[in-house]
Design a protein around this ligand. Structure first.
Ligand code: PHE
Length: 335
Protein backbone atom coordinates (compact mmCIF):
# COMPACT_ATOMS: atom_id res chain seq x y z
CA UNK A 1 0.00 0.00 0.00
CA UNK A 2 1.17 3.47 -0.75
CA UNK A 3 0.91 6.39 1.62
CA UNK A 4 -1.94 7.80 -0.45
CA UNK A 5 -3.90 4.56 -0.32
CA UNK A 6 -3.43 4.31 3.42
CA UNK A 7 -4.61 7.86 3.87
CA UNK A 8 -7.73 7.23 1.82
CA UNK A 9 -8.76 4.14 3.79
CA UNK A 10 -7.61 4.43 7.36
CA UNK A 11 -9.69 7.39 8.59
CA UNK A 12 -12.92 6.02 7.13
CA UNK A 13 -12.26 2.71 8.85
CA UNK A 14 -11.54 4.35 12.15
CA UNK A 15 -14.89 6.16 12.25
CA UNK A 16 -16.86 3.19 10.95
CA UNK A 17 -16.02 0.75 13.73
CA UNK A 18 -18.49 0.37 16.58
CA UNK A 19 -16.48 -1.45 19.23
CA UNK A 20 -13.07 -1.00 20.81
CA UNK A 21 -12.13 -4.47 19.67
CA UNK A 22 -12.73 -3.60 16.01
CA UNK A 23 -10.75 -0.43 16.46
CA UNK A 24 -7.86 -2.38 17.84
CA UNK A 25 -7.91 -4.43 14.64
CA UNK A 26 -7.72 -1.27 12.52
CA UNK A 27 -4.83 -0.09 14.62
CA UNK A 28 -3.13 -3.39 14.11
CA UNK A 29 -3.71 -3.35 10.32
CA UNK A 30 -1.94 -0.02 9.89
CA UNK A 31 0.38 0.51 12.82
CA UNK A 32 1.02 -3.05 14.00
CA UNK A 33 4.31 -4.82 13.59
CA UNK A 34 3.27 -5.93 10.12
CA UNK A 35 0.98 -2.98 9.45
CA UNK A 36 0.81 -1.05 6.20
CA UNK A 37 2.33 2.14 7.53
CA UNK A 38 4.95 0.27 9.50
CA UNK A 39 6.03 -1.41 6.29
CA UNK A 40 6.58 1.93 4.61
CA UNK A 41 8.54 3.29 7.57
CA UNK A 42 10.70 0.16 7.62
CA UNK A 43 11.33 0.40 3.90
CA UNK A 44 12.72 3.94 4.19
CA UNK A 45 16.29 2.67 4.61
CA UNK A 46 16.31 1.30 1.07
CA UNK A 47 15.43 4.65 -0.46
CA UNK A 48 17.60 7.48 -1.72
CA UNK A 49 18.46 10.34 0.56
CA UNK A 50 16.01 12.67 -1.16
CA UNK A 51 13.15 10.16 -0.99
CA UNK A 52 13.98 9.29 2.58
CA UNK A 53 13.45 12.88 3.56
CA UNK A 54 10.15 13.57 1.74
CA UNK A 55 8.49 10.19 2.20
CA UNK A 56 9.78 9.83 5.74
CA UNK A 57 8.32 13.19 6.68
CA UNK A 58 4.94 12.38 5.12
CA UNK A 59 4.81 8.92 6.67
CA UNK A 60 5.58 10.21 10.13
CA UNK A 61 3.02 13.00 9.84
CA UNK A 62 0.41 10.47 8.76
CA UNK A 63 1.26 8.23 11.70
CA UNK A 64 0.70 11.07 14.12
CA UNK A 65 -2.69 11.87 12.54
CA UNK A 66 -3.73 8.22 12.66
CA UNK A 67 -2.73 7.95 16.31
CA UNK A 68 -4.73 11.05 17.18
CA UNK A 69 -7.80 9.76 15.35
CA UNK A 70 -7.47 6.37 17.04
CA UNK A 71 -7.19 7.95 20.44
CA UNK A 72 -10.29 10.03 19.91
CA UNK A 73 -12.28 7.05 18.69
CA UNK A 74 -11.09 4.87 21.56
CA UNK A 75 -12.41 7.56 23.90
CA UNK A 76 -15.81 7.49 22.24
CA UNK A 77 -16.05 3.71 22.24
CA UNK A 78 -14.94 3.19 25.79
CA UNK A 79 -17.02 0.48 27.40
CA UNK A 80 -19.26 0.06 24.33
CA UNK A 81 -19.91 -3.36 22.95
CA UNK A 82 -18.95 -5.13 26.16
CA UNK A 83 -21.78 -6.61 28.07
CA UNK A 84 -21.90 -5.13 31.51
CA UNK A 85 -23.52 -6.77 34.47
CA UNK A 86 -25.84 -4.33 36.14
CA UNK A 87 -27.44 -5.28 39.44
CA UNK A 88 -30.63 -3.29 39.71
CA UNK A 89 -31.16 -4.38 43.30
CA UNK A 90 -27.93 -2.69 44.36
CA UNK A 91 -28.61 0.17 46.83
CA UNK A 92 -28.36 3.63 45.27
CA UNK A 93 -25.79 6.24 46.10
CA UNK A 94 -26.76 8.32 49.09
CA UNK A 95 -27.69 11.86 48.09
CA UNK A 96 -25.96 14.36 50.34
CA UNK A 97 -28.44 16.91 51.65
CA UNK A 98 -27.75 20.13 53.48
CA UNK A 99 -28.59 20.78 57.11
CA UNK A 100 -30.11 23.69 58.91
CA UNK A 101 -28.09 25.24 61.67
CA UNK A 102 -29.67 24.44 65.06
CA UNK A 103 -30.08 28.16 65.50
CA UNK A 104 -32.23 28.37 62.37
CA UNK A 105 -34.23 25.40 63.63
CA UNK A 106 -34.92 26.97 67.01
CA UNK A 107 -35.74 30.39 65.49
CA UNK A 108 -38.27 28.84 63.15
CA UNK A 109 -39.84 27.02 66.06
CA UNK A 110 -39.95 30.14 68.22
CA UNK A 111 -41.46 32.16 65.37
CA UNK A 112 -44.11 29.52 64.69
CA UNK A 113 -45.18 29.50 68.32
CA UNK A 114 -45.50 33.28 68.55
CA UNK A 115 -47.26 33.48 65.19
CA UNK A 116 -49.82 31.02 66.54
CA UNK A 117 -50.29 33.46 69.47
CA UNK A 118 -51.15 36.25 67.00
CA UNK A 119 -47.72 37.94 66.86
CA UNK A 120 -46.14 39.36 63.71
CA UNK A 121 -42.46 38.78 62.95
CA UNK A 122 -40.54 42.02 62.38
CA UNK A 123 -36.88 42.63 61.57
CA UNK A 124 -34.47 45.54 61.85
CA UNK A 125 -30.94 46.43 60.73
CA UNK A 126 -27.85 45.16 62.56
CA UNK A 127 -26.13 48.52 62.18
CA UNK A 128 -28.05 50.91 64.39
CA UNK A 129 -28.03 54.53 65.38
CA UNK A 130 -27.00 55.50 68.85
CA UNK A 131 -30.44 57.04 69.24
CA UNK A 132 -32.37 53.82 68.56
CA UNK A 133 -30.03 51.54 70.46
CA UNK A 134 -29.66 53.78 73.52
CA UNK A 135 -31.18 57.28 73.80
CA UNK A 136 -34.73 56.43 72.76
CA UNK A 137 -34.61 53.45 75.11
CA UNK A 138 -34.08 55.77 78.06
CA UNK A 139 -30.32 55.25 78.11
CA UNK A 140 -28.86 58.75 77.58
CA UNK A 141 -25.20 59.40 76.80
CA UNK A 142 -22.92 59.05 79.81
CA UNK A 143 -25.64 57.29 81.75
CA UNK A 144 -24.06 54.48 83.79
CA UNK A 145 -26.67 52.07 82.38
CA UNK A 146 -24.70 52.06 79.11
CA UNK A 147 -22.20 49.93 80.97
CA UNK A 148 -24.67 47.06 80.67
CA UNK A 149 -23.80 46.79 76.98
CA UNK A 150 -20.26 46.36 75.66
CA UNK A 151 -20.52 48.08 72.36
CA UNK A 152 -18.89 47.94 68.92
CA UNK A 153 -18.90 51.52 67.63
CA UNK A 154 -18.44 51.73 63.89
CA UNK A 155 -16.47 54.95 63.89
CA UNK A 156 -14.77 55.78 67.16
CA UNK A 157 -14.33 59.41 66.12
CA UNK A 158 -18.04 59.81 65.37
CA UNK A 159 -19.96 57.78 67.90
CA UNK A 160 -23.27 57.65 66.11
CA UNK A 161 -23.42 54.22 64.48
CA UNK A 162 -22.90 50.87 66.15
CA UNK A 163 -23.59 47.16 65.86
CA UNK A 164 -26.79 46.84 67.84
CA UNK A 165 -26.21 45.47 71.32
CA UNK A 166 -29.75 44.10 71.56
CA UNK A 167 -32.90 43.83 69.42
CA UNK A 168 -34.67 46.48 71.53
CA UNK A 169 -33.96 49.31 69.01
CA UNK A 170 -36.44 47.62 66.70
CA UNK A 171 -39.08 48.49 69.32
CA UNK A 172 -38.34 52.14 68.55
CA UNK A 173 -38.33 51.65 64.77
CA UNK A 174 -41.63 49.80 64.88
CA UNK A 175 -43.44 52.19 67.22
CA UNK A 176 -42.33 55.19 65.21
CA UNK A 177 -44.01 53.80 62.12
CA UNK A 178 -47.03 51.94 63.55
CA UNK A 179 -49.95 52.66 65.83
CA UNK A 180 -51.04 50.38 68.69
CA UNK A 181 -52.45 47.88 69.35
CA UNK A 182 -49.97 45.29 68.06
CA UNK A 183 -47.96 42.25 69.06
CA UNK A 184 -44.57 41.66 67.49
CA UNK A 185 -41.49 39.56 67.93
CA UNK A 186 -38.12 40.56 66.52
CA UNK A 187 -35.58 37.81 65.96
CA UNK A 188 -32.13 39.06 65.06
CA UNK A 189 -28.38 39.08 65.43
CA UNK A 190 -26.85 41.26 68.12
CA UNK A 191 -23.26 42.12 69.01
CA UNK A 192 -21.31 42.82 72.16
CA UNK A 193 -17.67 43.63 72.65
CA UNK A 194 -17.24 40.80 75.04
CA UNK A 195 -14.70 38.28 76.27
CA UNK A 196 -16.11 34.96 75.05
CA UNK A 197 -16.63 31.78 77.01
CA UNK A 198 -18.99 28.79 76.86
CA UNK A 199 -21.98 31.04 77.63
CA UNK A 200 -20.96 34.34 76.02
CA UNK A 201 -20.39 35.17 72.37
CA UNK A 202 -19.63 38.49 70.66
CA UNK A 203 -22.27 37.71 68.09
CA UNK A 204 -25.50 36.14 69.27
CA UNK A 205 -29.19 36.05 68.58
CA UNK A 206 -32.05 37.59 70.49
CA UNK A 207 -35.78 37.42 70.14
CA UNK A 208 -37.41 40.63 71.25
CA UNK A 209 -41.10 40.78 72.05
CA UNK A 210 -43.33 43.84 72.25
CA UNK A 211 -47.04 44.04 72.93
CA UNK A 212 -48.69 47.47 73.15
CA UNK A 213 -52.35 48.31 73.61
CA UNK A 214 -54.88 49.39 76.15
CA UNK A 215 -54.88 47.44 79.44
CA UNK A 216 -51.78 45.34 78.72
CA UNK A 217 -50.34 44.04 82.00
CA UNK A 218 -47.34 42.16 83.34
CA UNK A 219 -49.71 39.28 84.12
CA UNK A 220 -50.38 39.06 80.37
CA UNK A 221 -46.65 38.75 79.82
CA UNK A 222 -46.32 35.98 82.36
CA UNK A 223 -49.13 34.02 80.70
CA UNK A 224 -47.61 34.48 77.22
CA UNK A 225 -44.09 33.46 78.20
CA UNK A 226 -45.38 30.47 80.13
CA UNK A 227 -47.50 29.28 77.19
CA UNK A 228 -44.50 29.79 74.92
CA UNK A 229 -42.15 27.79 77.10
CA UNK A 230 -44.65 24.95 77.48
CA UNK A 231 -45.03 24.75 73.70
CA UNK A 232 -41.29 24.86 73.04
CA UNK A 233 -40.38 22.17 75.53
CA UNK A 234 -43.64 20.23 75.38
CA UNK A 235 -43.93 20.04 79.14
CA UNK A 236 -45.40 21.90 82.07
CA UNK A 237 -43.18 24.56 83.59
CA UNK A 238 -43.37 27.22 86.25
CA UNK A 239 -42.36 30.80 85.46
CA UNK A 240 -40.79 33.03 88.09
CA UNK A 241 -40.33 36.80 87.74
CA UNK A 242 -37.55 38.43 89.78
CA UNK A 243 -37.00 42.18 89.94
CA UNK A 244 -34.41 43.25 87.38
CA UNK A 245 -33.19 46.56 85.99
CA UNK A 246 -33.41 47.62 82.36
CA UNK A 247 -33.73 51.37 81.69
CA UNK A 248 -36.47 50.93 79.07
CA UNK A 249 -38.92 49.06 81.30
CA UNK A 250 -40.56 49.82 84.63
CA UNK A 251 -41.00 47.59 86.47
CA UNK A 252 -38.29 45.38 85.00
CA UNK A 253 -37.93 41.68 85.65
CA UNK A 254 -35.63 38.76 85.08
CA UNK A 255 -37.56 35.76 83.82
CA UNK A 256 -36.81 32.26 85.10
CA UNK A 257 -38.42 28.95 84.20
CA UNK A 258 -38.16 25.61 85.93
CA UNK A 259 -35.45 23.49 84.35
CA UNK A 260 -36.98 21.28 81.65
CA UNK A 261 -34.20 18.72 81.97
CA UNK A 262 -34.31 17.87 85.68
CA UNK A 263 -37.77 19.25 86.36
CA UNK A 264 -36.59 21.37 89.25
CA UNK A 265 -34.58 18.62 90.92
CA UNK A 266 -31.26 20.27 90.06
CA UNK A 267 -28.77 19.28 87.33
CA UNK A 268 -25.69 20.53 85.43
CA UNK A 269 -27.84 22.58 83.05
CA UNK A 270 -29.49 24.67 85.77
CA UNK A 271 -26.39 24.60 87.97
CA UNK A 272 -28.35 22.59 90.52
CA UNK A 273 -30.75 25.45 91.20
CA UNK A 274 -33.78 23.93 89.44
CA UNK A 275 -34.30 27.23 87.56
CA UNK A 276 -33.08 28.59 84.22
CA UNK A 277 -32.75 32.25 83.32
CA UNK A 278 -34.59 32.99 80.09
CA UNK A 279 -34.03 36.73 79.68
CA UNK A 280 -35.26 40.18 80.64
CA UNK A 281 -38.68 41.75 80.46
CA UNK A 282 -40.90 44.45 81.87
CA UNK A 283 -43.51 47.11 81.22
CA UNK A 284 -42.47 49.66 78.58
CA UNK A 285 -41.11 52.79 80.31
CA UNK A 286 -43.15 56.01 79.80
CA UNK A 287 -39.97 57.73 78.54
CA UNK A 288 -39.80 55.21 75.70
CA UNK A 289 -43.42 55.95 74.76
CA UNK A 290 -42.56 59.65 74.86
CA UNK A 291 -39.64 59.12 72.49
CA UNK A 292 -41.91 57.50 69.90
CA UNK A 293 -44.76 59.99 70.46
CA UNK A 294 -47.20 57.55 72.07
CA UNK A 295 -49.26 58.80 74.99
CA UNK A 296 -48.17 56.79 78.08
CA UNK A 297 -51.48 57.65 79.75
CA UNK A 298 -53.41 55.89 76.98
CA UNK A 299 -51.37 52.79 76.20
CA UNK A 300 -49.31 50.28 78.07
CA UNK A 301 -47.06 47.53 76.84
CA UNK A 302 -44.76 44.76 77.86
CA UNK A 303 -41.42 43.98 76.26
CA UNK A 304 -39.08 41.05 76.60
CA UNK A 305 -35.74 39.90 75.24
CA UNK A 306 -34.64 36.27 75.19
CA UNK A 307 -31.49 34.64 73.84
CA UNK A 308 -32.13 32.20 71.00
CA UNK A 309 -28.87 30.26 71.38
CA UNK A 310 -29.78 29.64 74.99
CA UNK A 311 -33.00 27.92 73.97
CA UNK A 312 -31.23 25.80 71.36
CA UNK A 313 -28.60 24.85 73.95
CA UNK A 314 -31.28 23.74 76.40
CA UNK A 315 -33.38 21.96 73.80
CA UNK A 316 -30.58 20.15 71.96
CA UNK A 317 -28.14 19.77 74.86
CA UNK A 318 -25.42 21.96 73.29
CA UNK A 319 -22.72 22.67 75.87
CA UNK A 320 -20.96 25.71 74.34
CA UNK A 321 -22.48 28.79 72.65
CA UNK A 322 -19.35 29.23 70.50
CA UNK A 323 -20.22 26.06 68.55
CA UNK A 324 -23.11 27.74 66.70
CA UNK A 325 -20.97 29.90 64.46
CA UNK A 326 -17.81 27.78 64.57
CA UNK A 327 -18.43 26.39 61.06
CA UNK A 328 -17.50 22.96 62.45
CA UNK A 329 -19.31 20.44 60.23
CA UNK A 330 -19.11 17.71 62.86
CA UNK A 331 -21.33 19.92 64.99
CA UNK A 332 -23.77 20.95 62.26
CA UNK A 333 -24.27 17.44 60.91
CA UNK A 334 -25.80 16.24 64.16
CA UNK A 335 -29.00 18.15 63.52
N1 PHE B 1 -32.62 44.28 75.66
C1 PHE B 1 -32.37 43.62 76.92
C2 PHE B 1 -30.98 43.02 76.87
O1 PHE B 1 -30.48 42.77 75.81
C3 PHE B 1 -33.39 42.57 77.22
C4 PHE B 1 -34.74 43.16 77.46
C5 PHE B 1 -35.62 43.35 76.40
C6 PHE B 1 -35.14 43.50 78.72
C7 PHE B 1 -36.87 43.90 76.64
C8 PHE B 1 -36.37 44.04 78.97
C9 PHE B 1 -37.23 44.23 77.92
O2 PHE B 1 -30.34 42.78 77.87
Amino acid sequence: MTLQEIEQLVFAEIIRVTTAKELEEVQHTYLGRKGHLTAILRGLSTLSLEEKRTIGEQANALRVRIETALKEQFGKLEGKGEEKFFDITFPGKKVVTGHLNPLTLILREIEDIFISFGFSVVEGPEVETEFNNFDALNIPANHPAREMWDTFWLKPENQKLLLRTHTSPVQIRYMMTHEPPFRIIVPGTTYRYEATDARHEMQFTQVEGLVVGKDVTLANFKAVIEAFFIRLFAQKVEIRLRPGYFPFVEPGVEVDATCPRCKKKGCELCKFSGWLELGGAGMVHPNVFDAVKYNPKEVQGFAFGIGAERFAMIKYGIPDIRLFRSGDLRFIRQF
